[in-house]
Design a protein around this ligand. Structure first.
Ligand code: FMN
Length: 504
């Protein structure tokens, strides 16, 4: 796939197009299996990506980019590393660069979407709105080309005239991009309008970088052989397919497409293997079912709420169980191998006890956190509740918290992406130093938090059922919930290097 410089080449390639919701990891891997040379991810918006944390997921063997609300925005793996292109939606060169630098070591190239005509994209100046702002296009692309080590590409729609289109692509070529994908429709044209192969051809004749022809799914490309015909008709170097691949990703097979039901089954296998979001899986399978979504099977699929239920619809329950068992045993192995080297020794830094720990959400069951464990323990010991103080570093906005428990301070030496995570890390340092349980999956259950939850529930039940108990009532009115209680005495400080100032 790579050229002489070891970089992804866009010459003479068959490519999976970027598609929102469709182009997630399972579809990309499937397209590669069937013969696609390069796969683009769905468009990801720079603002959202910029807030993400890069997390190595040892259980799934993936790299995940996780938003502050813990949603996986982009999941990738080594299998596609040399062939996946990260497409972003952006209107801001600096933000685009920050995002490109965040992902560049995990992908093969970076692409900027300049073709999306949807309002959510254009109203932020992104997508096809960029087409009327060539200066901005130049700044974004030049910034990216200079700032990242991977090839940069862009995907455009054509402009109202051949001359304008050619003039724009010539300007784009000068920025140093490695290739340009041309969707042969104007921004006001819909998919039902015929694709303008003559425009793509004119672009190909006027630039020396590879041109990737796009837009042929309905009129031109119905079989693998049609891909070559579309390439010839458009005079392009490469061809990019969106809908044809969404309807049946096995279009990339040189031996001919498989019945779509086979592709669906393979797709679901990847979705389960990589713990794909259920609704995303469902969406993609529905696209493949096309008009069969109205069939009894389609309706059953609509009703499915989990990947397990999706598997059931397709008679894949045995596969699902086996895949889950494999994942569970992998999780256990990892926990066992990491537990021996997990806990380093605490180090005293001034009056603060420190350790290098990070809070990994996936290591704890939903709704259980080290902070809760620490709070419960303090209550049990009839001590003051833990007090958290958080600093934010100016240069990268990372957070570090110190927790005060029984007149001793605890802090992780590692900085976190969010204040929430920084507090959890501080709580872990305290719990580990004191040899207390912290609620991790697989840890022997101390019963600390669950017990309290049960107590709280029984109080709630007695109140709900109309039983009035003055003690309970008093407790409820004066005692905030765990969450409220822990947040009520938070303090945050912004620091720049060693000197810090308190923000009111
Ligand atoms: C479901 C769907 C989602 C799409 N999302 C994106 C996207 O995220 N980024 C992008 O540049 N184009 C997106 N497109 C446009 C396609 O990449 C492509 O330009 C268009 O569908 C024409 O190609 P085709 O004829 O092969 O379908 C999307 C198209 C579809 C059907």
């Amino acid at each position: 796939m790579a050229n002489a410089l070891g970089k992804l080449s866009f010459n003479n390639k068959i490519i999976l197009a970027p598609m929102v919701r469709v182009g997630t990891l399972p579809m990309r891997l499937l397209a590669l299996d069937y013969g696609a040379d390069i796969v683009y991810c769905e468009e990801l918006i720079d603002i959202k990506m910029a807030q993400c944390e890069r997390v190595v997921n040892d259980v799934l063997d993936t790299v995940d980019f996780i938003a502050p609300d813990e949603r996986v925005m982009f999941r990738t793996c080594s299998k596609e590393k040399d062939r996946v292109v990260f497409q972003m939606g952006t209107a801001d060169p600096d933000r685009a660069l920050a995002v490109a630098q965040l992902v560049e070591n995990d992908v093969a190239a970076i692409d900027v979407n300049m073709g999306c005509p949807k309002e959510y994209s254009t109203k932020g100046g992104m997508g096809s709105a960029l087409l009327s702002d060539p200066e901005k296009i130049e700044t974004i692309l030049t910034t990216l080309v200079r700032g990242v080590s991977k090839p940069v590409t862009c995907k455009i729609r054509i402009l109202p005239t051949l001359e304008e289109t050619v003039s724009l692509v010539k300007r784009i070529e000068k920025t140093g991009v490695a290739a340009i994908a041309v969707h042969g429709r104007m921004k006001d044209e819909r998919q039902r309008h015929p694709v303008h192969c003559d425009y793509i051809q004119a672009v190909a004749e006027n630039v020396s970088i590879p041109v990737i022809a796009n837009g042929g799914s309905q009129d031109h490309v119905k079989t693998y052989q049609d891909i070559e015909k579309f390439r010839e008709a458009s005079g392009a170097s490469s061809v990019m397919l969106a809908r044809a691949a969404m309807w049946n990703p096995s279009i990339f097979r040189s031996q001919g497409a498989l019945p779509v039901d086979e592709a669906i089954e393979e797709y679901i296998k990847y979705a389960v293997r990589y713990d794909n979001n259920t609704f995303n899986t469902k969406y993609c399978v529905c696209q493949m079912l096309k008009d069969r979504v109205e069939s009894p099977m389609g309706k059953q699929l609509h009703a499915a709420q989990t990947n397990a239920e999706i598997c059931e619809v397709f008679g894949m329950t045995d596969f699902y169980k086996k895949a889950q068992a494999d994942l569970e045993s992998r999780k256990k192995d990892l926990q066992q191998s990491s537990s021996s080297d997990l806990f380093d020794q605490p180090v005293l830094d001034g009056d603060v006890i420190t350790m290098a720990v990070k809070f990994e959400r996936r290591e704890y069951p939903p709704q259980i956190t080290p902070k809760m464990y620490l709070l419960e323990w303090s209550r049990k010991e009839k001590m003051e509740q833990p007090v958290y103080e958080t600093e934010q570093r100016v240069q990268d906005r990372a957070f570090q918290s110190t927790v005060l428990v029984a007149n001793k301070k605890y802090r992780s030496t590692l900085w976190e992406k969010s204040k929430k995570f920084a507090e959890q890390a501080a709580a872990i340092v305290c719990l580990r130093t004191l040899g207390l349980p912290e609620g991790r999956i697989g840890e022997e259950n101390s019963g600390l938090v669950n017990k309290r939850k049960r107590e709280q529930r029984s109080r709630d039940v007695s109140q709900d059922s109309g039983i009035t108990d003055s003690t309970n009532r008093k407790r409820r009115s004066t005692e905030p919930s765990q969450k409220e209680e822990q947040e009520s005495n938070d303090k945050i400080t912004v620091v720049n290097g060693s000197c810090g100032q308190t923000v009111p």
